[in-house]
Design a protein around this ligand. Structure first.
Ligand code: ADP
Length: 235
């Protein structure tokens, strides 16, 4: 079978981007009035909403932790978010993404300041076009900041991958489907600490090191946009 051409000789991708270019990103906060904090992100064709609630009473009560707040992030994909209708409700993929997002955010939220409480973050994927765990995590971190919940820093995320043998950042759907590797990553930007790193596919050690730097730079651009939208709130 002929290889699907995802990037041309000049290094230009199907949507006109260069290999190190992130898709266009728009961020908004405070979009859901009933939530303690919220965020909406359009990132390429992805549309993602995140709403944070708490610190508040936790149910079921046996989950209470007398030493810290319990953070629970729930990632869900709307049935209409993808081309084929997605079966509503939880599945293995959303449980996995909820888990890795919760773990990534637990490393920045100062949970010990709110013992015996719960903080819930709901991430709703309204339209999906690859990279939704990165968009969801970026939005969840903004929603927590919008809620005024103390954190060491934001978490910013971006993915990278390999298509037609070339390394690129921020895969869109065709690149994700027909590419050779997908590497989502999330960082605590001030320390450049990695709090999520997954890899689907194969890279050589040198390719990994190069892509790691490209994705790190992508995530740092995302961080600048997060700070910009939060600063606007307080201006
Ligand atoms: P991510 O969205 O973080 O890249 P995946 O690599 O698992 O996560 O998924 C890539 C893309 O595949 C998604 O963004 C979405 O566009 C599509 N996708 C995921 N799950 C489904 C599904 N159940 N039905 C149709 N498309 C899906």
């Amino acid at each position: 079978m002929d290889e699907i051409k995802l990037i041309d000789e000049k290094g230009i991708r199907l949507d006109g981007r260069k290999s190190d270019e992130v898709r266009e990103i728009k961020m908004e906060i405070g979009v859901i009035k009933r939530a303690t904090g919220s965020a909406y992100i359009e990132w390429g064709k992805n549309k993602v909403l995140a709403a944070a609630y708490g610190p508040r009473d936790i149910h079921p009560k046996h989950l209470k932790d007398p030493t810290r707040a319990v953070l629970r992030c729930k990632y869900s994909m709307a049935p209409f978010s993808v081309d084929d209708r997605k079966r509503p409700g939880p599945d293995r993929r959303s449980s996995e993404i909820s888990k890795v997002i919760t773990e990534a955010l637990s490393s920045v939220v100062l949970l010990e300041q709110y013992p015996d409480t719960g903080i819930d973050v709901f991430i709703e994927i309204l339209q999906a076009d690859a990279g939704t765990r990165c968009v969801g995590l970026t939005a969840a971190s903004l929603a927590l900041a919008d809620a005024g919940i103390p954190m060491k820093d934001l978490v910013a995320a971006c993915a990278g991958g390999k298509v037609n043998g070339k390394l690129v950042v921020d895969l869109m759907k065709d690149e994700d489907n027909f590419g050779e590797c997908d590497l989502p990553m999330a960082i605590v930007p001030r320390k450049k600490e990695v709090v999520l790193l997954q890899m689907d596919g194969i890279l050589s050690r040198d390719e990994f090191n190069e892509l790691y730097e490209m994705v790190m730079n992508g995530a740092l651009k995302v961080y600048e946009l997060q700070k910009e939208v939060l600063m606007k709130k307080y201006q």
